[in-house]
Design a protein around this ligand. Structure first.
Ligand code: PEP
Ligand code: MN
Length: 368
C-alpha cells in the first residue's frame, strides 16, 4: 500500500510525526519513505510493505499528513502503474525534462576517441539545438583485448566541450560504482558545465550490486538498458532495484534482443514493447536503434535501416532515442559500422520530429 502525503509536508511537522508514528506501529508492516523533488513541489510517498491486505485504506487516508492512498501490486511497486494511480511520470534533470509524453534525442559517439571528434559531434548538435548526447568513456567489451574506453582520462575534455556547446545531459555508461565518483569529482572540479545520465548496459542489467550503488545516489538519473537475454519482467525488476534504493529517475531503454533470428540485424528489434513498458510502468521509454540494427546500410528507399527502426519506436511513442553518430566511422574505435555520419544528422532529427508529431496525432484518434 502507498500513502501519498500532502505536497510539501514538512518532515518536522506534527502532522508528519503523528502519521509516521501510526504507520510504523502497524503490526507486520514495514515503512519506506521516498521523497520526490518536482519542479514546483516536494512529494513524500510512504510505502507500506509486508502484511497490508487487512489494512483499512480509509483509516490511513484520514491520517493528518496523508493526501491519498493507493493499493499497489507486488510488481514494480515504485516505478509501476497501479489501479487509481495518478502519480506523475518523469522528471527534470539539469534543465531537460523527461516523461512519457515528450521526446529527447541523444545522438553521439558510442565511444569517446579523440577531442576533435567530440568537438565535431557536439558542435553539430548545438547547431541543431540539441541539449543531449551520448558519450562512452567506460566500454564493456566482449574481447578483453579490445579498446576498453579512455575512462576517466577523457572526462575533462568531454565535459568542457559539452559545456562550451550548451550540452546539458550526456548519457554515459558506467560499469563499476567507482565510476560515479570519478564522474562526480570531474564535474565538480570543472564547475558542473554539463550533466550526466548514468547508463547501465545490457550486460549489467542484472548486476544487482551495481544497480543498488547507482540507486543509492540521487544526483544523476539513470538509463537502464533491457537485458538482451532475459524476460521483460526481469529487466523491469532491475529498474525497480534502482528505485527501491531511492532513485526513481529512471529511463528504460529497449536495445534489441540477442537471437540468431534477428540476423542480418545485430539484435532483434523489440520496439513493439515501447507502449507495453509505458503501460506497465511510469518510466519514460528510450529506444537504441543503433545497437539493435547494427549497420548504417540504407534500404532501397534511401532511408537508413537505423532510421526505419527509429521511426517504428518513435511512432509507437518512444520518449528518448539513443543513437550512434561519428564524424569518421571508419576511424571509430567501437561500433563504427553502425554509426551514422554527420551529414545524416539533419534529416535524422527532422524525421524523428515528424514521427513524434505523428504519434501525437495517432493518439488523438483514440482519445475520443
Ligand atoms: C552502448 O550503448 O554503447 C552499449 C554498449 O549498449 P548495450 O549495453 O545495449 O550493448
Ligand atoms: Mn556501442
Amino acid at each position: 500500500m502507498l500513502a501519498i502525503l500532502h505536497p510539501d509536508t514538512p518532515l518536522d511537522s506534527d502532522a508528519y510525526r503523528h502519521t509516521l508514528q501510526f504507520l510504523e506501529n502497524l503490526p507486520g508492516v514495514s515503512v519506506r519513505v521516498h521523497e520526490i523533488q518536482g519542479a514546483q513541489q516536494k512529494l513524500t510517498e510512504v510505502y507500506l510493505l509486508g502484511d497490508t491486505k487487512s489494512l483499512d485504506k480509509d483509516e490511513i487516508a484520514a491520517l493528518p499528513a496523508v493526501e491519498r492512498v493507493i493499493r499497489i501490486s507486488d510488481d514494480y511497486r515504485i516505478l509501476g502503474r497501479h489501479r487509481d494511480d495518478r502519480r506523475q511520470t518523469g522528471f527534470t534533470y539539469n534543465g531537460v525534462h523527461f516523461d512519457q509524453d515528450n521526446l529527447n534525442v541523444f545522438a553521439g559517439l558510442c565511444a569517446v576517441d579523440t577531442p576533435e571528434h567530440v568537438e565535431i559531434m557536439m558542435r553539430a548538435l548545438a547547431e541543431h539545438h540539441q541539449p543531449c548526447t551520448r558519450m562512452g568513456a567506460y566500454k564493456p567489451r566482449t574481447n578483453p583485448y579490445s579498446f576498453q574506453g579512455h575512462g576517466k582520462g577523457c572526462l575533462p575534455y568531454v565535459f568542457e566541450i559539452a559545456g562550451k556547446h550548451g550540452i546539458r545531459v550526456i548519457a554515459m555508461e558506467i560499469t563499476h560504482e567507482s565510476h560515479i565518483e570519478e564522474i562526480d569529482e570531474c564535474l565538480e572540479k570543472l564547475g558542473r558545465p554539463t550533466g550526466v545520465m548514468l547508463q547501465v548496459g545490457t550486460r549489467n542489467t542484472q548486476n544487482f550490486e551495481l544497480l543498488k550503488a547507482i540507486g543509492r545516489q540521487k544526483d544523476y538519473p539513470v538509463l537502464l538498458k533491457r537485458g538482451f537475454g532475459i524476460t521483460l519482467n526481469e529487466s523491469l525488476n532491475a529498474a525497480e532495484y534502482l528505485a527501491s534504493e531511492g532513485n526513481a529517475n529512471v529511463i528504460f531503454c529497449l536495445r534489441g534482443m540477442k537471437t540468431e533470428a534477428g540476423q542480418p540485424h545485430r539484435n532483434m528489434v523489440d520496439f513493439a514493447h515501447v507502449p507495453t513498458v509505458k503501460r506497465l510502468t511510469r518510466m519514460p521509454v528510450c529506444i537504441d536503434p543503433s545497437h539493435s540494427v547494427g549497420t548504417r546500410e540504407r534500404a532501397p528507399d534511401g532511408i537508413p535501416e537505423v532510421m526505419h527502426a527509429t521511426a517504428q519506436g518513435v511512432i509507437a511513442g518512444a520518449n528518448m532515442v539513443l543513437v550512434d553518430f561519428h564524424p569518421k566511422p571508419e576511424k571509430a574505435l567501437v561500433d563504427g559500422p553502425q554509426a551514422l555520419v554527420m551529414d545524416e544528422l539533419p534529416a535524422y532529427l527532422e524525421d524523428v520530429a515528424q514521427c513524434h508529431e505523428l504519434w501525437k496525432k495517432r493518439r488523438t484518434l483514440y482519445q475520443a
